[in-house]
Design a protein around this ligand. Sequence first.
Ligand code: PLP
Length: 457
Amino acid sequence: MSDQTKFILNETDLPRFWYNINADSPVAPTPVLRPDTLEPVTPDFLSVLFPMELILQEVSTERFIPIPEEVREIYKLYRPTPLLRARRLEKALGTTAHIYYKNEGVSPAGSHKPNTAIPQAFFNKIAGTKALATETGAGQWGSALALACNFFGLELEVYMVKISYQQKPYRRLMMETYGATVFASPTDHTNYGRSVLEQDPSSPGSLGIAISEAVEAAATSGGKKKYSLGSVLNHVLLHQSVIGEEALKQMDMANEYPDVVIGCVGGGSNFAGIAYPFLRENLKNGKRTRLLAVEPTAAPSLTKGVYTFDYGDTAKMAPIVKMHTLGHGFVPPSIHAGGLRYHGMAPSLSAFCDAGLIEAVAVKQKATFEAAIQFARAEGIIPAPESAHAIRAAIDEALDAKAKGEKRVILFNLSGHGNFDMAAYEAYLSGKLEDYDYPAEAVQAAMAELPKVKMPA
Ligand SMILES: Cc1ncc(COP(=O)(O)O)c(C=O)c1O
């Protein structure tokens, strides 16, 4: 076995194809429905929001989809990303486990989000789109799309959840530096934003509300603007598969194979990115890696949500999908992992969780920051609060292996760095962070508001 710490691929190893799990999925796909008629969506309906190439990727069952050279050229600014063995963390834990992590925090925007922002901007550009509208929670997705739009000469309008807009001025400035225009959502620029402000002028906003505003901005632009989403959809998860494809090669360089692959989940894209290529190996090549999705107890869509049809956004403008959901009206508690506060979960991930192909666990905020600090002190990198959820679970796996005297190979995705999240660290270090468990009764109550879909749910 190698005694190396970093496993670095050459640029020539940068994947040439994205991997589409839908080609190998053992569970039947569920339909995507129009929010107004509850009928299956048509390409016509989706084409108001997305360019045709992304719609085709959304419904594709091709196993491998070529990555355009223009996209690979930009990926080369930061890909392949390094895989590291967390030797110093292993030592600090005194564990018999081997811990590896894929560092997606090395991208210019600081997270995995450019893996899909770049192709989304590219496919819009070649379809003739002039401008994009999107939402952002913590600002990670908005900064990734701002970076990508800048490279392809597209205008970008970002609806940033108001509480984050106020708490994270540096993320906003990063988006503005790349040339995007950023609004604090709810705004008075959209019908939906105005209706929210009428009811609650001091609304802190939510990801669901910001999505509704961005969708409305695109849908009412007369074709000038398209909409872009940073997670949940099949094509987004597809683009993120570069993470797992690289990791497979890098684990090979390390002469090991993971017993467990771990990622945090907001809408599911970074977890799917690292896990689906390993799921393919489970399904097709007899491997038995456990795949573990980690969410906050404050927004526990996989562990407490119901697997059913729900709207993708608060205003019921986005399509309806079958997913694990806390209800589209979910207004999340203001935890510091802003990127994990969505009410739903990617449909494929929801289906795999339901079918027992992946596992899910919810972790508490204080224990998550404790793990983040332990990781930062051992490995030097300050993780994004979202990624720290994966670290919590990886440390728990390593401690469990130690207790059982097992050698367990653990791989987790470090989805981003936390250099812009110092306010969250300040809250933790000064003892101000609170744990919060989203109540099961609130999930039950929200189910009364589900769309009345006439299909087995
Ligand atoms: C660093 C980081 N990790 C994870 C997430 C969660 O998103 P997803 O589940 O789509 O990877 C976000 C979302 O903003 C993020 O910024």
